[in-house]
Design a binder for this molecule. Structure first.
Ligand code: SF4
Length: 76
């Protein structure tokens, strides 16, 4: 199991995460920041829990390409 943690308040809208992980991220046309799909918002920190680690190598790409380092992955 793993969680993607995304601090959306600090997003600068570069869209790198969307380019490498379009299954999980899209760009908002409202504010130009990315959206972590199906996540739960708690005070601007968005969390998406995944029941297995199958996509870990895919998801970790978004962590690496984010220039402001606001995407984290926690493995259980
Ligand atoms: S890579 Fe980081 S800064 Fe760029 S859009 Fe995604 S979350 Fe925002």
């Amino acid at each position: 199991m793993l969680s993607i943690i995304y601090n959306r308040k600090k997003c600068i809208g570069c869209s790198n995460c969307v380019l490498v992980n379009p299954l999980y991220f899209i760009m908002s046309k409202l504010d130009g920041k990315s959206i972590l799909l199906n996540s739960i918002n708690k005070n601007g920190i968005y969390t998406l829990k995944l029941i297995n680690n199958i996509n870990y190598k895919y998801i970790i790409k978004s962590v690496k390409v984010c220039p402001v380092k606001i995407i984290k992955i926690i493995k259980y």
